[in-house]
Design a protein. Structure first.
Length: 95
């Protein structure tokens, strides 16, 4: 582990890139504009429930599509899993 000493930094060595500062200013203006348009407080209950229901519906549709693909790819394996789970549930229910 060796460290080298480079000495003090000269002012001429510092790069001042103005392109990034203007881009950052534009992004900050966009964020402030979005904050001004946003209403304060929690959304109404119906709107929150609708958004959550839409999210759950999209999630379940993706999961169902994946499950259908897996069953179509290996139907025997899926049938054996279903049979095994049914037997276990039947044994637990019989107790």
């Amino acid at each position: 582990m060796t460290e080298t000493y480079t000495g003090p930094t000269n002012v001429e060595d510092i790069e001042d890139d103005t392109d990034t500062s203007t881009a950052l200013e534009r992004q900050a203006d966009a964020i402030l504009a979005n904050d001004e348009n946003r209403s304060f407080g929690a959304p109404p209950l119906r709107q929150a429930v609708r958004e959550d229901a839409a999210t759950a519906r999209d999630w379940s549709r993706n999961r169902v599509a994946g499950l259908r693909g897996a069953v179509e790819a290996e139907p025997v394996k899926a049938s054996l899993y279903a049979l095994g789970i049914g037997v276990v549930i039947g044994l637990l229910a019989a107790r």
